[in-house]
Design a protein around this ligand. Structure first.
Ligand code: NAD
Length: 495
């Protein structure tokens, strides 16, 4: 099947008529479908359409916009299983996880729908008599969304639902590995009655389709999620156009396991955090810091649990770990592991790729891998591998543990396992990450909380939660002086 771009409520071929193939990463000989290989011409057309749609959409009452989001939520709920199965085929993670991905979109849709009846500004007192001061939120205009492949519908939903309910229009360029899920989202909006031109999907590659979205002057903001390397391109390009942008980027997330921790619980948290989604989450646990006194017991249990993980096709309910997304990702993981062995490190478990872990599959599979006794400054501890590789080291005391967990250029997520409530609160204060967990893994965000990170992970914005509307609106301060005379703020009435 050949999918088209969704522009102005209709499905269109790319102007040059080129397509690219979408491959099932668990069956690499299987082409699932083809998508439009779009370029600047297609992007510019979609932006023009979204620019025109903004003129009426911004004036549609927010509660009415919210009702459409509510209908979209119900359609997503109805189609959850079908979308989850298609997503597993498209990007490999297990069906339980793709169901979670769609559920996150549903949760976001309902949450944003409710916002249609809030969208609150502020009313504040004036320092002058007979003067009224308030602020209101206004949409920005056409928002360009550029999204990654690892949460193919959740992340586009984090961006689309708040932006649309706030009155913006959108052109989205999904990741080239997962365009299907975003085309499904367009179908959902279409069925929900979203007017033509408000949400537009243009598929293609980053440099040819993503970049022109950033540079188009009618795109008034870029909302980006992806790697820190691409985020830097987005950031410098937007800066040269004086265009607002939000960045959600990579992570290097650590779990600290104290000597009083429930070791079995911590082991479960590490296995789920490190190998869920085959380690391809921005919040994946890729570094583990264990108190020296419990190290041996912890490692023994971690290795035993990891060895039991079953690799294969995510549609099979007995499978724990799916494939990597593509050959480039496999080469990247292979490169990190090979380099580590050249530095004298030896994996306790894993450390090799396996094309066919069972008869049903042939794909980009990599055995979950654990390295122990890794120096905190080693590449394995510092760089985002984005695969099923975890590095472990020990610490002697709390200060050292907190220093270690913060010793990274990223700042997305961190976790602490302890029974000590005082330490738990100290960790919440001192962890240099946008998200902090106590007695839970580094993954598992909920949409009613802001999502994002600091340092190399973000630029101060947050998707989702209470910040989601702020992220895609401007505040307008409005003042009405009904005194009938000239009143001077900061000058009159000051003794
Ligand atoms: P990526 O940076 O390669 O691609 C992300 C998007 O940017 C894709 O749509 C891609 O086509 C586009 N792109 C690439 N080059 C571009 C360019 N020059 N101009 C414009 N667009 C361009 O990232 P990825 O491999 O798709 O995703 C994995 C990365 O995303 C990891 O680093 C992961 O940590 C990060 N991520 C972060 C979060 C978060 O919220 N912090 C969530 C998920 C993933």
């Amino acid at each position: 099947m050949i999918y088209k771009n969704y522009i102005n409520g209709v499905w269109l071929d790319a102007s040059k008529g080129n397509t690219f193939k979408n491959i099932d990463p668990a069956h690499t000989d299987k082409v699932i479908s083809e998508f439009q290989d779009s370029d600047e011409v297609d992007i510019n057309f979609a932006v023009e359409v979204a620019h025109n749609a903004f003129k009426f959409w911004k004036n549609t009452p927010a509660p009415k916009r919210g009702e459409i989001m509510f209908k979209a939520a119900a359609i997503l709920e109805r189609d959850k299983e079908c979308i989850a199965k298609g997503m597993t085929q498209e990007m490999g993670k297990t069906l339980a996880e793709t169901r979670g991905d769609v559920q996150e979109a549903i949760d976001m849709a309902y949450y944003a729908a409710g916002e249609g009846r809030r969208m609150a500004g502020e009313v504040v007192p004036s320092e002058l008599e007979n003067k009224w001061c308030m602020s209101k939120k206004e949409p920005i205009g056409v928002i360009g969304a550029i999204t990654p492949w690892n949460f193919p519908i959740a992340i586009p939903s984090w961006k689309a639902f708040p932006a649309l309910v706030a009155g913006n229009t959108m052109v989205i360029k999904p990741a080239e590995d997962t365009p299907w899920s975003v085309c499904k989202l367009a179908e959902v909006f279409h069925e929900a009655g979203l007017p033509a031109g408000v949400f537009n999907v243009v598929t293609g590659y980053g440099t040819t389709a993503g970049f022109p979205l950033i540079t188009n002057p009618k795109v008034k903001m870029i909302s980006f999620t992806g790697s820190t390397a691409t985020g830097k391109i987005v950031s410098t390009t937007c800066a040269s156009y004086m265009k607002p942008f939000s960045l959600e980027m990579g992570g290097k997330n650590g779990i600290v396991v104290m000597e009083d921790a429930d070791i079995d619980l911590a082991v479960e948290g590490v296995v789920w955090g490190a190998f869920g989604t085959t380690g391809q989450r921005c919040t994946a646990t890729s570094r583990v810091l264990v108190h020296i006194d419990i190290h041996d017991e912890f490692i023994e249990k971690l290795v035993a649990k990891t060895e039991k993980l079953k690799l294969g096709c995510g549609l099979n309910s007995e499978i724990d770990v799916g494939p990597l997304i593509n050959e480039k990702a496999l080469k990247k993981v292979r490169g990190y592991v090979t380099d580590a062995t050249h530095r004298g490190l030896r994996p306790l478990v894993g450390g090799y790729e396996i094309e066919s872990p069972n008869d049903d599959v042939n794909g980009w599979f990599y055995q979950p891998t654990i390295f122990d006794n890794v120096d905190i400054n080693d590449t394995l501890m510092q760089e985002e591998i984005f695969g099923p590789v975890v590095a472990v080291t020990t610490f002697n005391n709390t200060n050292e543990a907190i220093w270690m967990v913060n010793n990274t250029g990223y700042g997305l997520s961190s976790a602490l396992y302890t029974q000590d409530v005082n330490l738990a609160f100290r960790f919440l204060n001192e962890a240099e990450t946008g998200m902090v967990y106590v007695n839970a893994s580094t993954i598992g965000a909920e949409i009613q909380l802001p999502f994002g990170g600091i340092k190399g992970t973000g630029n101060g914005h947050r998707d989702a939660g209470s910040s989601m509307i702020d992220n895609c609106t401007e505040n307008k301060s409005c003042m009405v002086d009904y005194s009938g005379k000239v009143q001077k703020a900061q000058i009159d009435n000051v003794s």
